[in-house]
Design a protein. Structure first.
Length: 159
């Protein structure tokens, strides 16, 4: 009987453990680099790391161009964020969308398709993301116009 109560309590704790998932809207107030932004919601400022992608570091070739592309795309615009977890730096990891009367843009995907980011290593087996990156590679867009672009994770390890 005591074991059953213990197991039932343990199961309830596992089921009821809060997980992080959030959806909200806000205005992009700052672009840090090609994969990190600040968003102002109605009551706070939130730092967002775009999910699925890894943009060149600012000191890398194409790093500033990647940041400028993202800046031109979303700065001072209202965005929708779908965040499902936080990273080790406490940034929200999120999918970023722009919705208006003319179009809806999945910003993370646009960064890949335009050649301004790589697929983040954990998502390399995602065929949708792979197709976007391959499109940019074939068309030699953005960082793929370079002869031998260095992945940001390789660049960071070398520093």
């Amino acid at each position: 009987m005591l074991l059953k109560r213990y197991l039932a309590t343990l199961l309830l704790l596992i089921i009821c453990t809060p997980s992080y998932a959030d959806q909200y809207e806000g205005m992009v107030i700052k672009v840090i680099d090609g994969d990190t932004i600040w968003v102002k919601t109605s009551n706070k400022h939130i730092k967002i790391r775009l999910s699925y992608i890894d943009a060149p570091e600012l000191k890398q070739t194409h790093g500033v161009r990647s940041k400028n592309f993202l800046t031109n795309l979303i700065l001072d615009k209202n965005v929708q964020i779908n965040a499902n977890k936080k990273d080790r730096y406490n940034r929200h990891l999120g999918e970023v969308y722009i919705h208006n009367l003319k179009e809806s843009i999945f910003v993370n995907a646009k960064m890949l398709k335009s050649g301004n980011a790589w697929i983040y290593s954990a998502y390399r087996d995602n065929s949708y993301l792979q197709n976007l990156e391959n499109y940019a590679r074939m068309k030699k867009l953005g960082l793929w116009s370079e002869k031998a672009p260095i992945e940001p994770w390789v660049y960071r390890r070398s520093k």
